[in-house]
Ligand binder design. Sequence first.
Ligand code: AMP
Ligand code: GLY
Length: 436
Amino acid sequence: MSGLKNQDVCQMNILLLGSGARENALAKSLSESKHCSKLFIAPGNPGTAAFGTNVPLSLTDFEQISTFCLSQGVELLVAGPEEPLVKGIRDFLENIPGLEKMAIIGPGSAGAMLEGSKAFSKAFMQRHGIPTARYQSFQQHQAKEAIAFLKQLNAPYVIKASGLAAGKGVVIANTFEEAVSELEQMFGGKFGTAGQEVVIEEFLKGIECSVFVLTDGHDYVILPEAKDYKRIGEGDTGLNTGGMGAVSPVPFYDEKLAQLVKERMVEPTIRGLQREGILYNGFIFLGLMVVNHEPYLIEYNCRMGDPETEVVIPRLKNDLVDLLYAAGTGKLKNHTIETDDLTALTVVCVSGGYPEIFQKGFVIAGLDQVAGVEIYHAGTKSEENKVLTSGGRVLACTVLAEDIRQARAKVYKAIEGIQYQGMYFRRDIGKDLMPE
Ligand code: AMP
Ligand code: GLY
């Protein structure tokens, strides 16, 4: 049963960490809950300011965060991005007198290794029989062995810096020579300490899909799936980005596939964490590659995806505070996910030049005029009553509609009303998923 009964509506103060469009979508939903008293977002952005109070805390200054939680009586802390989790924010806060009862969404540093170390996560998948690409991991002093393993594989080669590398640590090399050169650069410090260990794996050709699990350590719920568009260019060309758009639901993710993912991935993951004594309250993001209708797990993240959150959360009918508080306090049993049947589609507007060099500080016009679309802020800042661009990904524009075709028409119409210098977005989000 839910710990938060409707009849005696219990309200709480909430702190959400992060400052992207993911946090803007979470802030909106948290603020709409009848269980939300005060919502704080650290550091937040002009979009989150519409749903709570932004507070200028550093995500890695745990002392400062704990002082804030104590002074504001925070009862639920939701970590948006991975960095504070991998650095141990949960372990730190759990040991602060007065915060023992605060529900925290996000694992301790041991659980966050699922994202923080690709060598750990691949070994974890192997230990628990979860289908994944064939691989080996190598330390800096094992370059010779790594090259010998590359020789056993066929092109293209997948080489991954094991540690956190701001989403840039995966290289797909088309030739053996390129693969060896990448390997040498990673060992040589291209990604700093993240590349001291590398994972080399077999290339899987398929279609990607993201699945999100929320667990209290024993029980779990599976949230709606989403498809992310990672490349900068239309038709999935060009450099990788943080994500240029997303769609949920994903038409090819049928019940059969969902059942396979549950049996082969979700349940072994939850059981595996328990067997290994890793307490985990929070989100588990499964990055899948679907090859001939069979799912393979290519990565875990210990958080929600961005821009996937911007399409998953708007489809969720549950009270988000109720759900997260249950996950944070071991009471998810008997919770079920209620999902809107509508299609959610988000298009990310970026700064010209992103993901390489770009300029920022341009005024964003039209934000007040656009209708029928939810605009989540990512890289923006406000100055003298104006909203300016301040990052690579600037806005995520989300619509809900009957199907992908209508969602695309609606979102691109709305985006016409927004302007800033250098504005760029992909015009093909969801196009590949439409019936011919
Ligand atoms: P990761 O950070 O592990 O998700 O990798 C980033 C991206 O690289 C993925 O979203 C895929 O597009 C691609 N990728 C990673 N591993 C593989 C693989 N084994 N085969 C094909 N593509 C991959
Ligand atoms: N959209 C992929 C991620 O959040 O890592």
